[in-house]
Design a protein around this ligand. Structure first.
Ligand code: AMP
Ligand code: ZN
Length: 116
């Protein structure tokens, strides 16, 4: 994906504040953090969005999910965190390369969606 900003980060064409990398997965700090800890976990493989995942992504997605608690703890989320995947227009997705937001810090995060 030539013009995808996260693919460019994967290819090291633009810099990121990397916190983790393996063969298939990259994690880096969000450029506009919503809380003291806010990093993004992405597959190196370009997948537009959560609605585009396929059966053959199972292993990759499982590996990503398994990394979340370890990385969150490593980044200072000792007592919980929030994991968000914005999807599509209604979900407010801005960058169409699948990514998990991991957000936390010391303080309790605000309620995300108010009911009623
Ligand atoms: P989303 O609305 O879920 O698509 O979120 C995209 C996120 O990517 C936002 O939180 C942005 O702050 C973040 N972001 C955009 N460009 C960069 C970048 N170059 N490096 C790190 N984070 C970025
Ligand atoms: Zn991409």
């Amino acid at each position: 994906m030539d013009n995808c900003i996260f693919c460019k980060i994967v290819r090291k064409e633009i810099p990121c504040n990397k916190i983790y990398e393996n063969e298939d997965i990259l994690a880096f700090n969000d450029i506009n953090p919503a809380a003291p800890v806010h990093f993004l976990l992405i597959p190196k493989l370009h997948i537009d969005s959560l609605v585009d995942i396929q059966d053959n992504h199972q292993n990759l997605l499982g590996k990503m999910l398994l990394l979340v608690p370890d990385l969150a703890k490593e980044q200072g989320c000792e007592d919980g965190f929030r994991t968000i995947i914005n999807t599509g227009r209604v979900g407010g997705q801005e960058i169409f390369h699948l990514h998990f937001h991991i957000i936390g810090g010391r303080e309790r995060l605000p309620v995300m969606i108010h009911q009623g």
